[in-house]
Design a binder for this molecule. Sequence first.
Ligand code: ARG
Length: 572
Amino acid sequence: MAVALSPLVLAAQKAVADALEVSPDLFVVGSPPNPAMGDLAVGCFPAAKALKAAPPALAAKVVERFEPTELLMSAKAAGPFVNFTVNSEALFKHLATIALDEEELIAKTPGDGKSICIDFSSPNISKQLAYHHIRSTVIGHALVNLYRALGYRVIGINHLGDWGTTHGMLLAAYHKWPPTEDLTIESLNALYVKFRDAMKTDESLEQEGRDWFAKLENGDEEARKLWQHFKDVSWAEFESAYEMLGIKFDEVRGESAYVEDMPGVIKMLDDKGLSSVSEGALVVMLEEDKMPPLLLRKNDGATLYGTRDLAAAMYREESYHPERSLYVVDRGQSLHFKQLFRTLEKAGFEWSSKCIHVPFGLVRVGGKKTTTRGGNVVLLKEVFSEARDRAAAKISENNPEWAPEQVESTAAIVGIGAVVFANLMSQRDKDVDFDWDDILSTSGDSGVYVQYGHARCCSILEKGGMSDIGTEADFSLLTQPQEKALALSLSQLGDVVAKAADHNDPHLLSRYLLEVVSDFSTWYTQGNQDKALRVICEDEPTRRARLTLVAITRAVLKEGLGILGVGAPDAM
Ligand code: ARG
């Protein structure tokens, strides 16, 4: 369980733990079924066994011993639960301080400088980025940001697929059909596809591909130079997508970086008696784990994806001693990672338990799975450009007075943000259905809805005409239940981030942001019915207090969206 960060949660845990004389982190803090019962609920079950008492008796004991704190006003027992009532004024003050004064909404204590390696995106070179690549890219990026927000030292790694027999085939294809124009990612991909097709009828081609790969592995100058060129062309293409998404890697270290380590890895496994020869190939048998063997070296001498992954894992451990080493790779590779981690474990590396495969489901566009080859390729850049066009149309409709450049720059943030958010909105391991109307909806479960909430906060603050919103408001004037409900939800940001990192699942944060916007709208739209409840009301001190709550909401939305890798325009 992630450590709690919210002072409310900590106070509630402490109240129960002190009264029962047990450890505070035994207790989970939730909300009572309805706000009339209180603001926070703590079940006494976890202590019942140790103390040999029934939970309702323990709840009664907590209430009896309860002494009000700055944040907790009162406690009531409800069966096995203790329900606490939060002191709103103290809560508003605390939120204003962290959001507007200290500008540190999330405490950096959990990470405490510990390292986390995150292998994400990691596409294969010489192929376009298809839409499904976005899953690893955006989930990985969000995880990088989640851990960083919590104070971890994160090493975001792009383990480029730049080695293997495919690259031999490509070299062979290049020599067979020398291109007359400058290479592009499209022409590279087309060359490869053409070669694969020709292989179906001409058996000699397979050998040609292998020969070229052998040349590459043996450091043949021509092969190396051309391969480097393929890599440069590919990287330029990938980089433009990363730039649009605001992604920078701390380490771009492809499979080729581990080629020299191969003999050492193979020797190490041999010395430990873990490798054996099977049908001419060198393998690690994993029979007792009911898994097929992990292939180390093919009968033609070429090393494999798995061998390079073994070397990469060892490199990461040696270089960073990570607390966790994550691999954000589609679930189709689950077996590969099980074999990899088990092999490391068998080799006696205790740190193998820190290696975690973070799998994710597929993307379906129009009900169909997207693939790089085969007819149904949906290219990432096409999706981005359509997203921008669609967003631009909506934005210029909403803001007819805007200059074209403003429409365009905002549309880039909204369009791309919508695609990113759509990928982070459902549970990571679920498949995602991609539908344009859903992802750009301003009212439903979409990134646009959250961005719109943020932009609305910006416009209210501007209209409110108080430039010096800070911690100096009279929060006793925020007496509406909706204001307290909003503050309670705003106070959860840090804990939601900690939980999302703990589960390696950014969707928890996406869902939370949708809730915050919905709580905000509930509060804000009251003013449509009752003038006295408007944020921008006549009474100045009340207006100041309400605007402060808007400013806190804006800060939380911006921070949360930023962690997901989604921009937050001030107007849209
Ligand atoms: N290049 C691989 C692919 O496109 C993903 C690599 C993931 N990372 C790793 N260390 N195996 O399928």
